[in-house]
Design a protein around this ligand. Sequence first.
Ligand code: C5P
Length: 232
Amino acid sequence: MGKDVIVACDFSSAQATFDFLDRFTDVKPFVKIGMELYYAEGPSIVREIKKRGHKIFLDLKLHDIPNTVKKAMAVLSKLDVDMTNVHAAGTVEMMKAALQGLERPDGTRPILIAVTQLTSTSEQRMQDELLINASINDTIVKYAQNAKKAGLDGVVCSPLEASMVKENCSKQFITVTPGVRFADGDVGDQVRVTTPEKAKEIGSDYIVVGRPITAADDPVAAYKRCCDAFIG
Ligand code: C5P
């Protein structure tokens, strides 16, 4: 498994996405399609981006009863994505069901990871609003262990938590980490953030970067800056 930078294409239309991707002439970044774009354009956007030669992380964060998630994953497995995800809060049983649904008839399946706690959630909010009476780190480790128990390949967490997750699960357990900002950039609504350099040091496998690239004056230069800092 190679380290990579995944670009969060949080656009509201196919046209805006293609205008953005057209700027990348000599590289084909690993692309994340999230709820905004998928709900706007449907499965055709996945096929079209795949046809252009990009790897795809379909970030729909499924969270429902096990049977519903299993059936939804069976539908998504027909799209040729490389990675997809669920919320670990859906329980081990739900994650197991997701894995079963995702397996294609030929035995292959995309990488399946689980969201631990969103990188926009602070410990205080988690405790006050979700009534989780544990530290955010203990919660993340427990959710990651649940994901591993269910047979998933890894988790989505903050880069700040990547080494802790690997110590408690395994070195091979994949960490996909949003919440990445350049040292001189805006944090926006993210809370548990760090830089691409630090994410590399802590041991993330993939960093997910949205606005620092998509909203940059020169997105290609910002992408390359991320790659240089994270992959080297
Ligand atoms: O623009 P920004 O770099 O904050 O984008 C981060 C992306 O990663 C968004 O698409 C967001 O939905 C996603 N994400 C996240 N935190 C998680 C899981 C996914 O920020 N825990």
